[in-house]
Design a protein around this ligand. Structure first.
Ligand code: ZN
Length: 226
């Protein structure tokens, strides 16, 4: 009995000490909860024997460190590893999902990627090459990942003022119908940089952002990467 109490007392101290660092708050809580609730050594013993609590708390700790440690959470590194590990054309959506950052602070889909009725001509079966996001004219547009601006100008096929960012290894993103540019061709951008303000230039029925993801020159569904 005395051994159990001593052991769990030490465990509690360790838990509290680590909780103070902010690293494993969830691990410390079940232990302190059990101990303060009961001075009864039988129940302390049973709390110590409750193994299933520990794996659950351990996984919560992993989630926490994933969000907190910038080296492992760095999305540009993840993207770079993904692109270097395999040909960009063979990357599955399960691994590409989340590697690109949002081009707007708030993403609300106005019109999805894929076949749709043309909003201007009313024609059926038009292939929509990107994802339209709701954006008032003048909304800040962010680079979806680190890269180099390879185009910033007028797109003659409907994109209006358009920016293309090359992320390397065959991956590009494009930003269309912009009202103004904040970058120039040849400029290197970081993920999240403001590269333009949204608009309604080109073939557009109103203010919004038409965002494209291109893999080896072919458009793919941006939602597979965001
Ligand atoms: Zn569009």
């Amino acid at each position: 009995m005395a051994e159990f109490a001593a052991a769990s007392g030490a465990g509690q101290k360790a838990g509290v000490a680590l909780a103070a660092t902010g690293l494993i708050l969830t691990v410390a809580m079940p232990g302190t909860g059990a101990l303060t609730a009961t001075a009864n050594s039988n129940q302390v013993a049973s709390a110590v024997g409750t193994q299933p609590e520990i794996p659950a708390a351990a996984s919560a700790t992993i989630d926490f460190s994933r969000a907190a440690v910038s080296t492992t959470a760095d999305p540009d590194s993840k993207l770079k590893q993904l692109l270097s590990a395999q040909s960009v054309g063979t990357i599955k959506q399960s691994s590409s999902k989340g590697t690109l950052g949002a081009p707007l602070d708030t993403l609300v889909t106005a019109s999805p990627f894929g076949y749709r009725v043309n909003p201007i001509t009313g024609g059926l079966g038009e292939f929509h090459r990107g994802q339209d996001f709701v954006a008032q004219c003048g909304t800040q547009v962010h680079a979806a990942a680190a890269g180099k601006v390879t185009f910033a100008g007028w797109h003659p096929y409907g994109g209006g003022n358009r920016i293309v960012v090359d992320h390397g290894n065959g991956l590009e993103t494009t930003y269309n119908h912009l009202s103004s540019f904040s970058v120039q061709v040849g400029q290197t951008v970081s993920r999240g940089d403001v590269i333009a303000l949204s608009g309604t230039t080109g073939a557009s029925t109103g203010c919004h952002l038409h965002f494209e993801v291109m893999v080896n020159g072919d458009v793919v569904d941006p939602l597979g990467w965001l």
